[in-house]
Ligand binder design. Structure first.
Ligand code: SF4
Length: 331
């Protein structure tokens, strides 16, 4: 399986390339990509050097153009497609039907991957994208159980990519309104969930409060690790109990599912984290590279090493990991 790693900036891209990524994915520094955080991403004019660095080392480059344009802004998404085509990236990761159509019509030779933001979770949806836009791969949303992934992979007309490690987004991706409800900035149109300008951290006595646009998301005791304030991962009073009502601030870690995902015919594993540091990208890429190479050699005898799991756990949100939707037996 191909290892696809995040590159939020040039040092992170180098970290991914130098530590064993098969492919890196990145975006332009505008609303066309779903990680439009300040200080991240690439100017179109600087992208050539970046793409050269990866490609000269045999690593593929995927350009994420995976938000949904409003009509008045559509040309910016087309310009992003033009930019990827001029640079000769290996694939464009797209969510919006109009942008897919533009890419298919103008650059039929460039691979098109359906973004996780496209939220395709069934065979007819995948067939639709395949027959209309010739997609070469689809990234599945992080809402499917392992059984559902296996069933879909069995029937799918296109190779599939799944998330292996990183932050969880629990809604059908591309369809969450929680962040825009609180902040006015939409993950789907503007590319950012919980934008930095709306985030507040405040000490209150011994405790630390986190807020999003003034709304209390969580309160941490002095010895508790504090998570980035995201509405779906806040703690709220429900029926007298203080709980993570929707999701805990933990990281997905599907490393021990490598044999099952490989047997299902999954084409690629994606590491989330274009907002993460180069050191994080280097460490996560290294562990997954080692694990995938070890699996290639040992197959049936393969076991996840304790050292890998510990390293990934140390790099996780709140130092906790989960199998997320993969292990939901009721789905
Ligand atoms: S609020 Fe949560 S579920 Fe919604 S886009 Fe952000 S991370 Fe995903």
């Amino acid at each position: 399986m191909e290892l696809v790693c995040p590159a939020g900036n040039f040092p992170a891209l180098k970290a991914a390339v130098d530590n064993g990524a098969d492919a890196v994915y990145l975006g332009l520094n505008n609303k066309t990509n779903a990680r439009f955080f300040p200080g991240l991403n690439f100017k179109a004019t600087r992208l050539e050097t970046v793409v050269d660095y990866a490609k000269s080392r045999g690593v593929k480059v995927f350009l994420a153009i995976n938000t949904y344009p409003e009509e008045a802004m559509f040309r910016h998404w087309c310009e992003a497609v033009d930019c990827g085509a001029e640079l000769g990236v290996d694939a464009l990761i797209i969510a919006d039907l109009g942008v897919l159509d533009y890419a298919t019509e103008h650059y039929p030779q460039i691979n098109r991957h359906l973004s996780v933001q496209g939220s395709a979770t069934n065979k007819p949806a995948l067939d639709f994208y395949h027959s209309n836009f010739g997609i070469k791969r689809a990234v599945l949303p992080r809402v499917l159980s392992l059984k559902q992934v296996q069933r879909l992979a069995d029937k799918s007309s296109v190779p599939l990519e799944v998330f292996g490690f990183g932050s969880l987004c629990i809604m059908a991706e591309g369809r969450c309104y929680l962040s825009s409800y609180l902040t006015g900035d939409s993950p789907n149109n503007s590319g950012v969930c919980s934008p930095a300008h709306a985030v507040q951290w405040k000490n209150k006595g011994d405790q630390l409060e986190t807020r999003l646009n003034g709304i209390l998301i969580d309160v941490y005791e002095p010895d508790e690790p504090a998570a980035y304030p995201t509405l779906c991962k806040g703690r709220f009073h429900i029926n007298g109990n203080l709980i993570h009502a929707l999701e805990e601030p933990t990281s997905l870690n599907a490393l021990n599912l490598i044999p099952e995902l490989s047997a299902a015919g999954i084409a690629a594993i994606k590491i989330e984290g274009r907002q993460r540091s180069p050191a994080y990208v280097a460490a996560v890429t290294q562990v997954w590279r080692e694990a995938l190479d070890d699996f290639e050699k040992t197959t049936e005898l393969w076991q996840p090493q304790q050292r890998w799991m510990q390293l990934l756990s140390d790099l996780s949100e709140g130092s906790q990991t989960t199998l997320g939707a993969y292990h939901r037996s009721w789905q």
